[in-house]
Design a protein around this ligand. Structure first.
Ligand SMILES: [Zn+2]
Length: 174
């Protein structure tokens, strides 16, 4: 595994243990060339996914890229990183289980919103506001209204019910 700091190919595994309830192997790595430390996760990939973007462009699904946009939404929020990882795994597994090679960026966004809604209200609103591309304050108020009317989401670890919020207000944005 190439070192993300100095690009050396000499990184060594210091420790490896199961993570996310055994769904992943977490490896702590150390780079002897620059002293950098980083962590990698090994996971099962059930199938290759292609993302169909609103622009019509197709790109390979990139879990890390999605994780980065989610990380921005949860920044400085009290969200357990392990739970966040589990949420990401759950989303990817759900997408893989659809049986389609091609999935829309809209659908991915809806899944992330569903997951964040359970984890953290603020992160959810942050993600949703970017994803839904709010143009009017009214949209925001509507969303906050949705939140206050749903205190508990029963879908905790059972996200397999296909429940997706059909709240895409402006399909025209990209
Ligand atoms: Zn290095």
């Amino acid at each position: 595994m190439r070192c993300p700091y100095c690009s050396s190919n000499e990184s060594q595994v210091k420790d490896s243990r199961p993570s996310e309830d055994g769904a992943a192997i977490r490896r702590r790595r150390h780079c002897p060339d620059c002293g950098g430390r980083f962590t990698t996760f090994e996971r099962v990939q059930l199938r290759e996914l292609i993302v169909l973007k609103k622009s019509g462009k197709r790109v390979p699904f990139d879990r890390d890229k999605l994780a980065r946009s989610v990380a921005i939404a949860v920044r400085k929020r009290p969200v357990d990183p392990e739970r966040l990882e589990r949420m990401m795994s759950s989303i990817v597994r759900q997408l893989e289980s659809l049986g389609e090679t091609e999935i829309t960026s809209d659908l991915i966004g809806e899944h992330v919103m569903e997951g964040l809604r359970v984890l953290d209200d603020v992160a959810y609103v942050r993600f949703a506001s970017v994803y839904r591309n709010f143009r009017e304050a009214r949209d925001f108020e509507e969303l906050l209204g949705e939140l206050s009317s749903e205190d508990e989401d029963p879908g905790k670890d059972d996200n397999d019910n296909g429940k997706i919020t059909a709240g895409n207000r402006d399909g025209a944005s990209d």
